[in-house]
Design a protein around this ligand. Structure first.
Ligand SMILES: O=C[C@H](O)COP(=O)(O)O
Length: 319
């Protein structure tokens, strides 16, 4: 996201906008399957879509053994996500692609800010008790303060899943609103951890509450749940974004994350965005893919497009 992007001011909690919502789960699954079954774009069109996908990646490292050195290497990759020969082969020297953001744990924000200085690439920090959200609210808010003070331009918060499972929308709304206030000028992405929410109806309702509370982006998963980003969940969240837009006039971003590893996955997500929300959601201001390993496969496919040869994945190391 850039400083010029519109922010979501949120609205008062209005349960009438979501409490009667029904989700037809088999229909959502069929729609998601139809995206996967479709013949994907080929040749130069596929290469163009994959370059677009690169610009929407939140290049992520969220591992227990992260170090400032690993984060610095990842940031170098974020600045130059494609090898120079591939950039030249694709004719992109005038405007080489860069990723949407680098996403790290709060204690890695200073290293990422240093490594990305002058690049214009924002640092995104997970916060608020990532991944479970089960530390006391005071500590979760303090974590947001820390990440913002250290220079994170985007904050990926996690919600209390129990508020959704007990349908306590007031508590969920107040928690997210408090987090949004602590983000200040930083964009806030609300991670719903959809794999923990049991039903697509819960996913829809939690999406609506998060947007009402001021989330600039709704995000599927932490990458640590048993089930992470799936297309049926993405479809339901896109429909919620559409409904919120028609109720309020505000456009909210979307970020699938967790388990997105192949170029084909990225193409499916881009197709979903294009068909459900339109061209504006094919830009990094409105759409991100949270992924630690996706870029390697995209680079490999683009290498095949440029040279006619596939290389092993380990030739495209991330950090
Ligand atoms: O927010 C991003 C996710 O944690 C990345 O998950 P991944 O490692 O499965 O790509």
């Amino acid at each position: 996201m850039t400083a010029t992007d519109l922010r979501n001011p949120g609205i008062a909690l209005d349960a009438s906008l979501f409490e009667h919502a029904r989700v037809n789960t088999p229909a959502a699954q069929r729609r998601a399957e139809s995206l996967k079954a479709r013949r994907s774009v080929k040749k130069q069109w596929q290469a163009a879509w994959l370059v677009k996908a690169i610009t929407c990646i939140d290049l992520t490292t969220l591992a227990g053994d992260d170090t400032p050195q690993r984060v610095a290497r990842l940031c170098a990759k974020a600045r130059s996500p494609l090898r120079q020969d591939l950039v030249a082969g694709l004719g992109l020297e005038a405007a080489p692609p860069r990723v949407g953001a680098v996403c790290v744990y709060p204690s890695m924000v200073p290293a990422a800010v240093r490594a990305l200085e002058g690049s214009g690439i924002p640092v995104a920090s997970v916060a608020a008790g990532f991944p479970s959200g089960l530390t006391p609210l005071r500590e979760r808010l303090a974590e947001i303060d820390y990440a913002v003070q250290e220079g994170a331009g985007e904050i990926d918060i996690v919600i209390t899943r129990a508020h959704v499972l007990s349908q306590n929308w007031q508590a969920l709304y107040e928690e997210i609103q408090a987090m949004r206030a602590r983000c200040g000028a930083a964009h806030m992405k609300a991670i719903l951890a959809t794999g923990d929410l049991k039903t697509l109806r819960n996913v829809y309702q939690a999406s609506m509450v998060a947007m009402m509370a001021g989330a600039d982006v709704i995000k599927t998963s932490t990458g640590k749940e048993e089930v992470n980003a799936t297309l049926p969940v993405g479809l339901v969240m896109c429909r919620a974004i559409r409904d919120y837009r028609s109720a309020t006039g505000h456009d909210i971003g979307f970020k699938p994350a967790g388990g997105i590893r192949t170029a084909k996955d990225a193409l499916n997500w881009l197709a979903l965005m294009n068909e459900e929300l339109g061209r504006a959601w094919l830009e990094p201001g409105m759409f991100r893919i949270g992924a630690s390993a996706l870029l390697g496969d995209i680079e490999r496919q683009l290498e095949h497009f440029v040279t006619g040869r596939y290389s092993a994945l380990h030739h495209h190391a991330m950090a």
